[in-house]
Design a protein around this ligand. Structure first.
Ligand code: GLN
Ligand code: ZN
Length: 769
């Protein structure tokens, strides 16, 4: 019999119940008990959705983050919160976000814990858009088990009759994803960490647990010999210290094991989970190499996308594997379902055709059940289900909604010349200088100005149909006029229209492109209470008409200064969407590139002389393994070039990226050949410009001098000092002065003084030159 299980279920709730409960608790509007009660309610509901499984994950629920849960379980709390006397949950939120709930924090009499504390650092979970709280280590780090959370949830599951499989993050992944705050070698902590894991496993065994899922996704990344060795040691010791009282299912996901494959197969655990979506090619090798007494769990349903699985196709390759493995085969989604929305049944407004192609978390578990029934009882037992699935798959493949022959032909006809500017940067720069007449150290902003309550109100009225199109246009034009007025008064050199009409830099374009659709409740947790609702790229991408030209033309009509046209680039649109699984990402990206290229050319025709194409998410798309970076960067950079480089020499192309590490991809960034790039640098004190020591970046660059994530107003002196640092690395005639990113989340009261200082700093630098 094939066993079915799941690695994790989305915890935010089908209607984002957890988000709202957390935010209300943090605001001091509801009690801790109410929040804990909602947690229990969600767990119960989520387990009931998984009741058809043979084994259900327990411990995958987190109030904020599963890594932070693990830090608390292991007793690895940062020093700055260790003396806290209040409720553990409050301390947990203090590490997560710097503070707990409003009004709950007067501990002056006991531990002296004040209002705020530095929040734990947050970073991306592998190549997903989920962010975890980074564990902190020092040479002094000690671990001490606190299994309360896990044991309570286990007891809760038992009461509800759930066939529980506790889920924890493995010791090596835990260590490797953490950050040493001093120069401690993290691996030196392993001997201290393992006894705590052993104790945890023993406590779970004492509760009658048979299987524990222990996640070691680090195995899909490039590991040094030391880290490979650590994996081996860790599991040898753990198994010894727990004397086999509990069985371990070691879970890997998100990619191939490659050079770690033999190691993973040899570990003395009782089962291995392999992502059979991303590592399908490794299934047969693992079947060969895994010892005969081990379970092999195959992740056969994609836990990262929202498409229906082609069940017949899976059965075709899986049936012989099942024959070979017999009872040793388990099946599951490829990874935790944390990365997909909860329930397609919530979607009542989606186009019926497109809806029939989709599967969210609950539907993915239904698919799993069909597969298991087919394997256990023969396909005839699920004849109807398999036929219905086949019909949906065929309908999608052949749908005129998804297929546009002209678009496919246009991608096939892409030539190298399309990615090539007419002249090299030097010639372009001199033509642009003649036309734009900008001073030295030109000032600009990244695009958005504060999204005020009035803007949001007008947009929601318009979406709800209470404000007509003409009324909406008037409201947005008033906002554009306001931001132009403010910028002229500030004395900025290159203006922006302010993006009042955009709710989101990807959604705004997706809504106007063919091939995109939007869900109502397709929320996915990004971090803590924050969720994103990625647009769904389902078909060939085409641009029926110009998307931004009218707003840009209007904005330009209000000023004699150059007005930047503002677009989101193809790579960012792709990386922040649910994308097709029926063609390579690169093809979808080229389609987007062709659509945005048309917009660039239309803006140019409308007299826009500066066009910024944001690639905020270019870095996010980097594959997990460095060996695959070049392939990705190749098509990503080429897509940008196709988008931008049809422009005339006189048109100045800007791009913007909001992160600060690109030492390792600087050559690709230079390869985009934008005339000007603006980047985030202020917080790193221009450190990121280290990249420019070894690499002579050829074009213009605006290193951010205003940290837009902070309410603080940078002083003129500070900005000048940052720019002087920058000028040590990059010739002053190629420097721009600008904030780190868009100003959408700030208030005008902050933006005006900050930009006043920025402009004053630029003027001082010019005068000093
Ligand atoms: N142009 C966008 C803005 O200013 C860029 C946002 C981003 O890089 N994330 O809002
Ligand atoms: Zn940015």
């Amino acid at each position: 019999m094939v066993i079915t299980h799941n690695l994790g279920f989305p915890r935010i709730g089908a209607k984002r119940e957890l988000k709202f409960a957390l935010e209300s608790y943090w605001k001091g509007e509801s009690s801790r008990d109410a929040l804990k009660g909602l947690g229990a309610e969600l767990r119960q509901r989520h387990w009931s959705h998984q009741s058809a499984l043979d084994l259900t994950p327990v411990g995958d629920f987190a109030f904020y983050d599963q890594m932070l849960d693990m830090s608390f379980t292991l007793g690895n709390l940062p020093e700055r919160v260790s003396g806290f006397h209040g409720d553990v949950l409050d301390n947990y939120f203090r590490v997560a976000r710097g503070r707990s709930a409003k009004g709950l924090e007067d501990h002056s009499a006991c531990c002296g814990a004040g209002d705020g504390v530095a929040a734990g650092e947050m970073t991306k979970w592998f190549d997903t858009n989920y962010h975890y709280i980074v564990p902190e280590f020092t040479a002094e780090t000690k671990f001490a088990l606190d299994a309360t959370r896990l044991l309570e949830q286990l007891a809760e599951a038992k009461r509800l009759g759930v066939k529980a499989k506790p889920v924890i993050i493995g010791p090596v992944t835990y260590l490797s994803l953490g950050k040493a705050k001093d120069d401690t070698d993290k691996l030196a902590l392993l001997p201290r960490l393992l006894p705590v894991y052993a104790e945890l496993l023993n406590q779970l065994a004492a509760q009658g647990v048979e299987w524990v899922q222990i996640d070691e996704p680090i195995l899909v990344t490039e590991l040094t010999a030391e880290w490979q060795h650590a994996i081996k040691t860790a599991y040898t010791i753990l198994v010894k210290q727990t004397t086999g009282k509990v069985k371990l299912l070691l879970a890997t996901y998100f990619g191939q094991l490659q050079e770690n494959l033999a190691l993973a197969c040899q570990l003395p655990v009782q089962g291995l989970h392999l992502d059979a979506i991303n590592a399908r090619a490794e299934v047969s090798a693992v079947v060969e190499q895994l010892p005969q007494d081990r379970v092999l769990s195959l992740g056969v349903i994609n836990g990262r996308n929202i498409w229906k699985t082609d069940l017949n196709a899976v059965l075709e390759w899986l049936t012989p594997v099942a024959k070979k493995l017999g009872d040793r085969l388990w099946i599951a989604p490829s990874c935790s379902l944390l990365h997909v929305p909860v329930d397609l049944n919530s979607e009542q407004k989606l186009d019926a055709d497109i809806r029939s192609w989709l599967a969210f978390a609950i539907q993915k578990l239904d698919e799993l059940k069909v597969l298991a029934t087919a394997l256990n009882q023969g396909s005839a037992a699920v004849k109807n289900e398999l036929e219905a699935n086949q019909a949906a798959i065929t309908a999608r493949r052949t749908s005129p909604r998804a297929n546009n022959a002209a678009v496919k032909a246009a991608v096939a006809a892409i030539t190298a010349g399309m990615g090539q500017r007419q002249s090299a940067y030097a010639q372009r720069a001199s033509k642009q200088a003649t036309l734009l007449k900008l001073p030295a150290y030109p000032t600009t902003t990244i695009g958005s100005f504060p999204q005020t309550a009035e803007i949001r109100h007008a947009r929601s009225e318009f979406k709800a149909g209470r404000l007509d199109e003409a009324g909406y246009k008037v409201a947005m034009q008033a906002e554009i006029a306001r931001s132009v007025r403010e910028q002229e008064a500030l004395g900025l050199d290159v203006l922006v229209h302010g993006e009042a009409e955009r709710n989101d830099m990807v959604e705004y374009f997706g809504e106007q492109l063919d091939g995109y659709t939007f869900s109502q409740f397709g929320w996915v947790q990004s971090y803590g209470s924050r969720c994103v609702k990625p647009p769904i790229l389902f078909g060939d991408i085409a641009r029926p008409k110009a998307m931004t030209v009218e707003w840009s033309r209007y904005a330009q009509s209000l000023t004699a200064k150059p007005m930047k046209g503002m677009l989101t680039g193809p790579v960012t649109i792709l990386n922040w969407s649910f994308v097709r699984d029926d063609q390579p990402r690169s093809v979808s990206c080229y389609q987007l590139a062709l659509a945005i290229r048309e917009e660039v050319l239309d803006l140019e025709k409308a007299g826009v002389r500066v066009i910024q194409i944001d690639e905020a998410a270019l870095r996010e798309g980097l594959p997990l393994r460095k060996a695959q970076w070049q392939e990705y960067l190749g098509w990503a950079v080429e897509s940008f070039r196709i988008t931008a480089n049809g422009a005339q020499d006189e048109t100045q192309i800007h791009t913007h990226m909001c992160y600060s590490e690109f030492n390792d991809i600087i050559e690709s960034i230079a390869g985009m050949d934008a005339d000007v790039i603006t980047i985030e640098t202020s917080r790193s004190d221009m450190e990121l410009l280290d990249a420019f020591d070894h690499f002579n970046y050829p074009n213009e660059i605006g290193p951010g001098v205003y940290d837009i994530h902070s309410p603080n107003i940078p002083t003129q002196a500070h900005i000048e000092q940052l720019m002087k640092k920058a000028a040590e690395r990059i010739p002053a005639e190629r420097l721009w002065v600008n904030p780190d990113c868009g100003l959408k989340t700030r208030a005008w009261e902050e933006v005006i003084p900050a930009l006043t200082n920025m402009v004053a700093a630029a003027k001082a630098l010019r005068n000093a030159a």
